[in-house]
Design a protein around this ligand. Structure first.
Ligand code: SF4
Length: 456
């Protein structure tokens, strides 16, 4: 009998897309409440930079302010308040300047920077200009760095879009979720579909950077037909790429309370069908699938930040609640704005939590990278620790269940494998960790930043 824990094993003999697992794993994203304060952390840059991060390097800038509270959102956020935002920006730019100097001293360049939240596009044009100017001045960006900003139509107009692109942003990621008026109303979004479409047309006409949209499926009130229409609308627009995310019910959200009796949730089989439809429909419309949820139509969309962070490459995080990931070590800045500002003021990295590297940090990162790209090469499976019999056993079950298929160079994820990617990642990391005395906690997850994600 196998010693692989049953929760890591898919069901065999059923339709893999709809029945391989009970529910998608939530992965390792740092959602929910703030990590408890750790008084013992050495927050001095001297100690923390004893082991500097390595290239390729990503950076995350957190703007936690938000005008609304969407029911599905599990991210850390703070109510919009312009005075507070001004003070916050002053601390944030000091943190970036301090760490930017250290990056320069180590001759490190940032390949992909993501400005997320919250709703960064909510800042006034003046504050946005100040933020982007400060980043350009202080953060050592590679000459071809991808710079993404999360936008939201309700707080944007043409002037703001121009400010954003003029400030160096070359990729705008718009959180749309659905174009359907009723679904949008239930998700706390007031803008009319017509306004969204005309904003996208106008912004694309600026020709200033890649435009990518986030859609969701499985939102309350969103039928498969509505999602199909959402895809049709998105594909008819002049965008470079889009992501289609399954709505995951994060603990302690309004959505979690709404569906606590299970009644408002569409069955998983219907959601999996939505994914199947998106896959086919977008391929027909000329979109290339570059990861489980991301489809691009032009090469202008590089999706580099997502690749680096989902693949557990090193990350520097700036701002309240931002996560950093250095050589397998995860650390989180304080979420409380006062504690954060106080730490910056005292010349310290304003950390609230540090988690030491997993004993198999490199292997864990390799799992994230290979599954993000959807390929498990034979070369990899011959190397330690991937050559372990339990790994072969797990992959054989995946194969039998229809989640991977064998090809000349190894195994590639099937459509169902992509749908259940977070479960496969959790399972493979779990199997690699079996027997490690220090691995009783969770293996490193897919997303070290607490605030980046498919929503805005
Ligand atoms: S999804 Fe974005 S806009 Fe909605 S509450 Fe969360 S941070 Fe705010």
């Amino acid at each position: 009998m196998s010693i692989i824990p049953p929760r890591f094993l898919p069901r065999v003999g059923n339709d893999p897309l709809t029945q391989a697992f009970d529910r998608p794993s939530l992965g390792g994203a740092m959602m929910g409440g703030p990590p408890g304060p750790s008084p013992d952390i050495d927050r001095s840059y001297e100690t923390l930079w004893d082991q500097p991060p390595r290239e390729p390097l990503a950076a995350y800038v957190n703007i936690p302010f938000c005008p609304s509270f969407c029911p599905f959102c599990g991210f850390f956020k703070v109510r919009h308040d312009e005075e507070l935002e001004k003070r916050y920006l002053a601390s944030l730019l000091r943190e970036i300047a301090r760490e930017g100097e250290l990056l320069r001293a180590h001759e490190l360049r940032i390949s992909a920077l993501f400005i997320g939240g919250g709703t960064p596009a909510l800042l006034s044009p003046a504050l946005l200009g100040e933020l982007l100017e400060g980043i350009a001045r202080a953060a050592p960006l590679a000459a071809d760095a991808e710079i993404t900003l999360e936008g939201r139509v309700s707080v944007m107009d043409r002037e703001k879009a121009q400010t954003i692109f003029r400030g160096g942003v070359n990729r705008l990621s718009l959180g749309i979720q659905s174009f359907d008026r009723g679904v949008r109303a239930r998700a706390g979004r007031g803008d009319s579909p017509r306004k969204i479409v005309s904003f996208i047309d106008e912004t694309a006409a600026l020709g200033a950077g890649a435009l990518t949209l986030d859609l969701m499926f499985g939102l309350p009130g969103q039928t498969a037909e509505i999602f199909a229409r959402d895809l049709e609308t998105a594909a008819s627009l002049p965008i470079d790429a889009l992501s289609a995310y399954l709505t995951k019910v994060m603990p302690q959200t309004a959505l979690a309370r709404e569906v606590s009796d299970g009644s408002a949730l569409p069955p998983l089989s219907r959601l999996a069908e939505c994914y199947r439809h998106a896959d086919r429909f977008l391929a027909d419309k000329g979109f290339e699938k570059v990861s489980a949820n991301h489809f691009r139509r032009t090469q202008r969309d590089r999706n580099l930040y997502n690749y680096l962070t989902m693949g557990l490459y090193d990350l520097v995080g700036w701002g309240a609640g931002a996560g950093s990931f250095t050589r397998g070590k995860l650390s989180l800045n304080a979420q409380d704005l006062g504690v954060y500002a106080d730490g910056v003021e005292r010349g310290l990295k304003p950390l609230a939590m540090v988690r030491p590297p997993h004993p198999l940090a490199e292997a864990m990162a390799t799992v994230s990278r290979t599954l993000f790209l959807g390929v498990l090469g034979r070369d990899l499976l011959r190397r330690e620790p991937f050559d372990a019999p339990l790994v072969s056993e797990l992959i054989a079950v995946w194969n039998e269940a229809g989640l991977v298929e064998e090809e000349e160079k190894g195994f590639k994820l099937t459509q169902a494998g992509f749908f259940w990617r977070s479960n496969l990642e959790e399972g493979l990391k779990g199997v690699l960790s079996l027997g490690l005395p220090s691995a009783r906690g969770p293996a490193p997850g897919a997303a070290p930043t607490p605030s980046r994600g498919p929503m805005n």
